[in-house]
Design a protein around this ligand. Structure first.
Ligand code: ZN
Length: 253
């Protein structure tokens, strides 16, 4: 049996057989939010889904459907935004973990492509899941970002990436028809002193919606970074399962 499966196309019998052999799941989590004038609202969801598939192909687990509304308080009021409250997001993660544990899934990797999701996921693990549900939860953004940043030609905006070279390149690799490179332009909004120390958030001082420079993005870079993200995220996930004695990549069980 293959060590991974796309749960979206599987039947009940197929997923039951898979979960018996490999009781592991990968849950891509994204966000439906503005990504400047050149990328679609669905950007983080497409990236999360692609990263989850690339991760699964190099490791083990069933890829679940993407959770396509995130915790995105910073963009509230901006056209297109859909966001859950922090507590709602925590409760949702708990409910999904509980659902999975109910049919024998032993570990789930909540793989995020949106920077704010890991915060409510972390608190859901601590307050709602650990010692209450029989399932281990790994919580991380796709990894390998340092390698991508080292290869990127553009300068990073502050300490975030949003609708810039990396996200644009990934989208050129994943869904080129949805990327409008003719509208892509750099934007480095000045960072106020109280950013990160108060209620002040990106949405309050954004200009075009871009934070960084998307113009050097190419599909070739995107394909390479997707591979790096999948490889590094797979290493993290396999290490996590191995340390907990849930899976030994060498023996395959
Ligand atoms: Zn994004």
């Amino acid at each position: 049996m293959n060590t991974w499966i796309d749960a979206r196309g599987a039947t009940m019998d197929e997923i039951a057989a898979f979960a018996k052999a490999y009781p592991f799941a990968i849950l891509p989590v994204g966000s439906f939010e503005q990504h400047g004038p050149h990328l679609p609202l669905d950007t983080d969801n497409r990236i999360a889904e692609a990263m989850a598939l690339e991760t699964a192909k190099r490791s083990v687990g069933m890829v679940l459907p993407v959770l396509n509304v995130g915790y995105a308080w910073v963009w509230r009021g901006k056209p297109g935004i859909l966001t859950f409250r922090f507590e709602t997001y925590m409760a949702m993660i708990r409910d999904i973990a509980e659902s999975l544990a109910g049919w024998g899934v032993k570990a789930v990797f909540v793989l995020s492509a949106h920077g704010s999701n890991p915060q409510p996921v972390k608190h859901a693990i601590r307050e709602l899941i650990h010692e209450k549900h029989d399932i281990a939860v790994l919580n991380s953004l796709y990894t390998g970002l340092d390698e991508m940043l080292a290869e990127a030609e553009s300068e990073r905006w502050h300490n975030d990436i949003h609708a810039e070279e990396i996200e644009t390149a990934l989208m050129l690799a994943i869904a080129p028809d949805l990327v409008h490179m003719d509208r892509a332009a750099a934007d480095y909004p000045p960072v106020p002193d109280d950013y990160g120390r108060s209620e002040l958030s990106m949405g309050m001082f954004m200009r075009s919606g871009v934070f960084g420079d998307p113009t050097p993005a190419t599909a070739e870079k995107g394909r390479r970074w997707l591979e790096i993200g999948g490889r590094r995220s797979a290493e993290l996930w396999l290490g996590y399962l191995q340390r907990r004695g849930l899976y030994d990549p060498a023996s395959g069980a």
